[in-house]
Design a protein around this ligand. Structure first.
Ligand code: AMP
Length: 176
């Protein structure tokens, strides 16, 4: 159920970065200690018995809560970054965006077949970026993969979940 404290502290910026987009600004949740507490607690409660060994955060807003949750779950934290930012050998995947393509990477030694992965990002819109991250993580053949967002956007006919294979386990703290 949507947490009222999170909902009331989330900032909406109309027409950012372009006209027509209602930008959900999670920085107002990150800066608020109570909201930080609620987000971390709710995610840890959902995943505490799943045997998570690695939390993979999507650059850059997925790094904030992802790293705290990893620490609380006793798991490691892995960065999924835009191309060219990681210094060691990487696995990569390209994906289509509204304008052109994008590439994301994870260090080749960051995930093993023994890992149970929790993928985390701030927001699910069309699902394009998380689907690419999910497919990239599958290249490592982990034991299991879970997906979590702070916000799932369902307004204006968005149904990002539909982009994922039916077997994917996807959760969100807020559905807006
Ligand atoms: P998508 O790949 O379409 O699911 O877009 C998700 C990514 O874009 C996330 O990393 C979000 O941070 C960002 N994003 C997309 N739409 C919004 C929005 N309305 N408000 C805030 N962030 C958004």
């Amino acid at each position: 159920m949507n947490n009222e404290t999170l909902l009331s502290n989330l900032r909406n910026i109309p027409d950012f970065p372009i006209k027509g987009i209602q930008f959900k600004d999670v920085s107002t949740l990150f800066k608020n200690p109570k909201c930080l507490d609620i987000m971390v607690d709710e995610i840890c409660e959902m995943y505490k018995d799943k045997g998570i060994t690695k939390v993979v955060g999507i650059e850059s807003r997925g790094f904030v809560i992802g790293a705290i949750v990893a620490h609380k779950l006793g798991a490691g934290f892995v960065m999924c970054r835009k191309a060219g930012k990681l210094p060691a050998d990487t696995r990569k995947i390209a994906y289509e965006k509204e304008y052109g393509t994008d590439m994301i990477e994870i260090h080749s030694d960051a995930i093993t077949e023994d890992d149970v992965v929790l993928l985390h990002d701030d927001l699910l819109a069309t699902g394009g970026s998380m689907l690419a991250a999910y497919q990239l993580v599958q290249q490592f053949n982990p034991k299991a993969t879970f997906i979590n967002f702070i916000i799932e956007l369902t307004i204006e006919g968005l149904n990002g979940r539909a982009a994922f294979p039916a077997k994917c386990d996807i959760t969100a703290l807020l559905r807006i």
